[in-house]
Structures are given as structure tokens and as C-alpha cells.
Design a protein around this ligand. Structure first.
Ligand SMILES: Nc1ccn([C@@H]2O[C@H](COP(=O)(O)OP(=O)(O)OP(=O)(O)O)[C@@H](O)[C@H]2O)c(=O)n1
Ligand SMILES: C/C(=C\CO)CCC[C@H](C)CCC[C@H](C)CCCC(C)C
Length: 251
């Protein structure tokens, strides 16, 4: 009912101006969101590692939530993909020292070094842009790949750091059973929420099989995330590629 009303309202706005307005609104949202976490971390609301992971979990998830704002035109997905792309360019500028932005470095770096923005955060925006332009809102593969990267990897860290002492994985002492359980719960939880959301807007049809397959994908991604290969391939890439490969086979 509410979703229908929102869908009808946004459908009444012309396509290109609507996509430009949706991109502008989301870009402002992204700026405010990252800034808010920086301010909270600054006031000691949580540690910078927690702030970074909360930005990781929420940015891509809320970004996907803005997709219904875009029109039904073929170009809409590219207007949407331009948002993480622009964030990636910004991260590149800050990480390489071309742009000075101490606040952004504080909010998304692990140890406070600007060059860290050229790794995880930059790859994260690349995955969001690729999933958006390749799969968009009518295909569960991109939605689930983004959810595994945001919710899965994010919760693995948050849960693993808190409850992972004393239950290290036999094949990777840096990671834990608790962290991997957090991955499955966070990845499946965020993916299920997004699938139900896009189903409510009528973009996809999420059946019990869709959710079951999503749970299998969450386990597969958690397994890949747990492997000692982070120095070879960043978790953001390995998790998203696993989700896309499994999703292409199973959905
Ligand atoms: N399956 C997992 C994943 C993570 N962790 C915990 O979370 C910490 C950070 O994990 P990781 O995701 O590798 O963190 P970063 O490298 O900081 O983050 P990113 O992947 O975003 O670069 C690990 O040291 C570990 O304590 C865990 O216990 N079990
Ligand atoms: C710390 C991060 C990854 C490390 O693995 C995440 C970095 C996030 C970027 C700085 C910001 C990305 C913004 C999104 C593309 C858009 C969010 C919009 C929304 C409305 C909040």
C-alpha cells in the first residue's frame, strides 16, 4: 500500500530530471552519512574500526534502498552507478593526496593513513558501481552480491572482533567461527531485507526458493571470506565474485 503510493508518486516525475534529482539526493545522503559517522567516532561514540565497519555495512545497503527513486528508463542504472563511481573518484583523490580531507580519512581508514582509502573503500565503491550497472534492481544477483559484501563482511568483522577470541578457524588463525557465523547472519539478513524490499516494489519476485538459495550463497561467501587469501585478493572482491558466481548458477 505505502510502497504502491511511493511508486506511483515517483513514476509521475519525468525520467531524466527524476534520475538527476535521485542521483543528487543520494550523493548528498552519502556525504552526510559518512560525515555523521566521522562526527560520532570523534565524540567517542564508537572506535574508528567500528565506525569504518558501520559505514561499510550501511552505505551500500542504504544506497540500494535509494534505487526505487530512479526511473524505469534504460539509463537509470547508470545514473545510480555514477554515485559510487563519483565516491570512488573522491576516495582516489583523497587517498593519493590530491584532495585534503582528514575527516573522510578518519571515517573510513583502518589506522588513519590516507593511502588505505585506495584499497578496501575504493574496491567497495567499484563493486557497488559494477553490480548497479550490470544487474540493477530487477536481478537478485547484484542485490545479493552487494548485501554479502556489506552485511556479510561487515558483520563478520563486528561479531568476530567481539566474540572471536578463543575460537579461531583451523585454516586461518586471523578469523574465527564467531566471525563467520556473523557473516552468514549479516549477509543473509541484509540480502533478505533487500530482496523483500525490491519484491514489495515489484522489481523482483522473491520466493521461498530465492531465500533458500540466498542462504546457500551466504555460506559460500562466508567460506571464501574465511580463507587466508586477503593479501592476494581483497575480501570486497572475493565475496562479491563468489556471490555473483553462485547467484548466476543457482537463481
Ligand atoms: N570470519 C571472520 C572475519 C573477521 N574476523 C575478525 O575481524 C577482524 C577484521 O577482519 P577483516 O574483515 O579481515 O578486516 P579488515 O582487513 O580490517 O577489513 P576489510 O576486509 O574491510 O579490509 C579480524 O582480525 C578478526 O578479528 C573474524 O573473527 N572472523
Ligand atoms: C569503509 C568502507 C569500505 C571498506 O571495506 C566503505 C566506504 C564507503 C564510501 C566512503 C562511501 C560510499 C557511499 C555509497 C556509494 C552511497 C551511500 C548512499 C547512502 C544514501 C548513505
Amino acid at each position: 500500500m505505502v510502497f504502491d503510493a511511493v511508486a506511483q508518486f515517483v513514476a509521475s516525475v519525468d525520467e531524466t530530471p527524476r534520475d538527476v534529482a535521485a542521483s543528487a539526493l543520494t550523493t548528498i545522503g552519502a556525504f552526510v552519512w559518512v560525515k555523521a559517522f566521522d562526527a560520532l567516532a570523534d565524540r567517542g561514540a564508537f572506535a574508528s574500526t567500528t565506525s569504518r565497519k558501520l559505514v561499510h555495512v550501511t552505505s551500500g545497503t542504504f544506497f540500494a534502498c535509494t534505487w526505487p527513486l530512479f526511473s524505469a528508463s534504460g539509463a537509470a542504472r547508470f545514473f545510480a552507478a555514477a554515485i559510487p563511481l563519483a565516491q570512488g573518484v573522491r576516495l582516489f583523490g583523497i587517498g593519493s593526496g590530491m584532495i585534503k580531507n582528514a575527516s573522510a580519512v578518519r571515517a573510513v581508514s583502518r589506522e588513519g593513513g590516507k593511502e588505505e582509502l585506495l584499497k578496501g573503500p575504493l574496491y567497495y565503491t567499484a563493486v557497488l558501481a559494477a553490480c548497479t550497472s550490470a544487474y540493477w534492481r530487477t536481478n537478485p544477483i547484484g542485490i545479493v552480491a552487494m548485501a554479502m559484501m556489506c552485511g556479510g563482511d561487515g558483520f563478520a568483522d563486528l561479531v568476530g572482533r567481539k566474540f572471536g577470541k578463543g575460537n579461531a578457524l583451523p585454516w586461518n588463525e586471523e578469523k574465527s567461527f564467531a566471525g563467520s557465523a556473523g557473516f552468514v547472519a549479516g549477509g543473509f539478513g541484509v540480502a533478505s531485507g533487500l530482496l523483500a524490499y525490491f519484491d514489495a516494489f515489484g522489481f523482483i519476485e522473491a520466493t521461498p526458493t530465492t531465500y533458500f538459495v540466498t542462504l546457500i550463497i551466504a555460506f559460500a561467501c562466508a567460506l571464501v571470506e574465511s580463507l587466508p587469501i586477503t593479501s592476494i585478493v581483497d575480501d570486497n572482491f572475493s565475496v562479491a565474485i563468489t556471490a555473483i558466481a553462485c547467484g548466476s548458477l543457482l537463481y
